[in-house]
Design a protein around this ligand. Structure first.
Ligand code: ADP
Length: 211
């Protein structure tokens, strides 16, 4: 779909079928759809990497609190755009893992918590340590997910509201990446949501997480 739009708008401009005042709008559509396509390709590449049996996994000691802090810095502009406040609670908690994977999982959860929030809403990320687990939860005050959809959102390409997802630039792959990432870490993944009130997604990593 993004490529069809890109090609269509470019063709109109090429054949002088766009008035000068239409050109910025058409260029905007080309830009927006190109960004969507780029996001989709990046997500598909990440999923293919997760599917592939990687032999050269590099395990490091990763501080998940630090990872969440970095992720919030990256998403600061997006949160401002959506009028959403970001909050980080907890303490430094370290596990042995592949750094890129941990970053990816936390990023996707925070990105969704912002995208599917309401104006003036909030996202709270908590990183805490329990006996033999490190718990990362991402809570939002957004639109929520109905009970019937709660399992389905982890399926590849599944989106609850296709028009909303298209508007916010979704591909339907973010939570599949989270699910794969959780399996990869032997982490438990749980979702708690109430439509209209918000969603909390929690990951429980074993302290000695190994790929
Ligand atoms: P997308 O790229 O569409 O965001 P995801 O796989 O990340 O894809 O999520 C699948 C669908 O689950 C989304 O399209 C959205 O409908 C729903 N969803 C995900 N996270 C949230 C959330 N925090 N609050 C409400 N709905 C959500």
């Amino acid at each position: 779909t993004p490529l069809t739009s890109i090609s269509g708008y470019a063709e109109l401009i090429e054949h002088h079928m766009a008035s000068p005042e239409d050109v910025p709008r058409f260029a905007g559509e080309i830009h927006r759809n190109a960004t969507r396509l780029l996001n989709m390709i990046n997500d598909i590449i990440k999923l293919s990497e997760l599917d592939a049996t990687t032999q050269d996994v590099v395990l490091e000691t990763v501080d998940l609190y630090q990872a969440a802090e970095n992720c919030m810095d990256t998403l600061e502009m997006s949160a401002k755009k959506h009028d959403v406040t970001l909050k980080l609670e907890g303490e430094s908690c370290k596990i042995r893992t592949e750094k890129g994977m941990a970053d990816e999982v936390i990023y996707n959860l925070c990105d969704n918590a912002i995208k599917y929030n309401k104006d003036g809403g909030a996202v709270t990320v908590r990183v805490t340590e329990e006996e033999d687990q490190v718990v990362v939860s991402v809570e939002d005050t957004g639109i929520g997910i109905s009970e019937g959809q709660q399992d389905r959102v982890f399926e590849r390409f599944y989106r609850v509201d296709k028009s909303h997802s298209r508007r916010v630039g979704g591909t339907g792959l973010g939570l599949s990446i989270v699910k794969h990432g959780a399996q990869y870490h032997n982490a438990q993944l749980s979702l708690d949501s109430e439509p209209g009130a918000g969603t909390t997604i929690t990951l429980r990593f074993p302290k000695q997480s190994a790929a």
